[in-house]
Design a protein around this ligand. Sequence first.
Ligand SMILES: [Zn+2]
Length: 264
Amino acid sequence: MKKIGILRPLVHQGAAPVEYALQLDDQEIGLNARLGQEVQITFLGERNCIFCGRKTKKFYGNNSSCFNCFRKLPDNDICIVRPERCHFHEGTCRDPEFGRHHCMQPHIVYLALSSDVKVGITRKTNRLKRWVDQGAVAALPLMEVPTRKDAGEIEVFLSQYITDKTNWRKMLKNETADIDLLQTRADLIEKLPDAYRRYLIEEPQVLQFDYPHIGTPTKITSFNLEKQETISGKLIGVKAQYLILDNGVFGVRKHAGFKVALEF
Ligand SMILES: [Zn+2]
């Protein structure tokens, strides 16, 4: 099988196991059934903005934008990576319609285990996608708050006690800390100021995720199509937004917008 198209982030559904598909333009190529097969990905030299679709010589920011989309779109504003700096209430949102749908919606503050235990936030309706995209093997919703800004402020507070980052190398090697999320929740609740307590979710459930794999990498070598035009290897797993090959890992989201030839 050989297909050519613009690479987009992995799509997925389910949790046990997560069912993954690779997207080339609007074609979806199921991955779970292809574990054990050789795959080859060749960069054809063309980059396309994942927002407007226009060809671009290079990408700006960290999500495959052309210069114009990087400067203009709300998706690329500073508050997307620093939610506590949401400025919707000042009337300066780059696109208030986007803000209403993306930010002025119920959000969940959660604990997740992807490498070590971490705190994170997500739009409530997007939570399962978020946890899988981070390679979480377990997640526990902690609080539900009215807006993204509220969630961001609580995350900043909690990150005094617990990391808000994933160690992606550990995550891909399945090196997950042996931590009881419910116990971590209990410890954090003791530190919570009264103002935040009313947002606590009572009796939350731990959710678990299994990722498709037939092997685990021992050493993580990261492929980069900017440096190596063709990559190939045997597909041994898929986790978060990565294809795990027997000779290295391929970050799919990092390569979104690249025109490639894919061969299985
Ligand atoms: Zn664009």
